[in-house]
Design a protein around this ligand. Structure first.
Ligand code: SF4
Length: 302
């Protein structure tokens, strides 16, 4: 495992000016790594609020992610049992409830504003979560090797390593013996098509595993989507066929992120579904601080 690079902060805090460029160096303040989610961000201003704003505005995880984390906790519980590492006396429903409680406590401890009714609605999801996790168990055709595997990937021409967490590293027996598989668990209240962002995430993780193991082949990558509909639950196993161009794109997105950090370029992007109070924790702050004239191309001197 490579050591993290510690970045030293030496000058006065940076500020976002009237344009989309920072006054000061973003590079100096960026954390000690890049990540897929940073490269996947659809709004530069959001990145700035999250990583660079000297006010350190709290960034609570989206409350709806609480259910997704509980689904993962249930799946991990089952997989740990398969690996002979299950905890005595702990059932799947207990693991799910414990995760829900942890998430709720995290919100309360941090003093994040939350409507109690929303929590109550989320807690009502617990039986559905158990149902979908148990259905998933009946479809497991692999041997889990490691869960929440941390990756620290160094790629050419990037100043910082890329950090990532793989949900499940597994093996499945193929015609020539055990084959490595990387699995990402997604959960949702409706069926979703595989997004380009998911592909990029897994392409990056496959590269990371290949570099770590120095294997000649890239591992197989899969999305396992656990869906909780109102009247039933469904599982979709998506085996992704990644091309060389996907790996190249995953890498180039990180180069693009590095360019934006080097230049201190963090434009607002209010044009999509992501720019809503539901999906952006900075919505109120951003809308009170920046007007519509602060568009994406302002100040870009190409
Ligand atoms: S409110 Fe919209 S423009 Fe502002 S940070 Fe959030 S997503 Fe970006």
């Amino acid at each position: 495992m490579k050591k993290k690079i510690k970045k030293k902060v030496t000058s006065t805090p940076i500020e976002l000016g009237g344009s989309n460029f920072l006054k000061g160096s973003a590079k100096e303040y960026w954390r000690d790594h890049y990540s897929h989610s940073q490269a996947d961000s659809n709004c530069g201003r959001k990145l700035w609020y999250r990583y660079l704003d000297p006010r350190k505005i709290p960034s609570p995880s989206n409350v709806h992610m609480m259910v997704g984390n509980a689904v993962e906790a249930g799946v991990n519980h089952l997989l740990r049992k398969r690996m002979g590492a299950g905890m005595e006396g702990i059932t799947c429903v207990m693991a799910i409830n414990e995760q829900m409680k942890k998430e709720e406590d995290k919100w309360k401890k941090n003093g994040w504003e939350i409507d109690q009714e929303v929590f109550e609605e989320l807690w009502k999801e617990t039986p559905k979560i158990l149902e979908v996790v148990e259905k998933y168990e009946s479809l497991i055709d692999y041997q889990p090797v490691e869960m929440q595997k941390k990756l620290w990937i160094e790629l050419p021409d990037l100043d910082l390593p890329v950090e990532g967490y793989i949900d499940i590293v597994a093996q499945r027996t193929g015609p020539f013996g055990p084959e490595p598989v990387i699995i990402d668990i997604k959960s949702s209240a409706k069926k979703k098509a595989v997004t380009n962002g998911w592909k990029m995430q897994l392409a990056l993780y496959a590269l990371g595993i290949q570099r770590e193991t120095t294997a000649n082949v890239l591992p197989t990558v899969e999305i396992h989507l656990l869906v909780r509909l109102k009247t039933r639950t469904d599982i979709y196993i998506e085996k992704l066929q990644l091309e060389a161009s996907d790996y190249a794109q995953a890498y180039m997105r990180l180069k693009d992120l590095q360019w934006r950090i080097d230049k201190g370029y963090f434009p607002a992007n209010r044009e999509g579904w992501w720019c809503s109070p539901k999906w952006c924790n900075y919505y109120d702050t951003c809308h009170s601080e920046y007007g519509a004239e602060d568009n994406t191309l302002l100040g870009l001197n190409l």
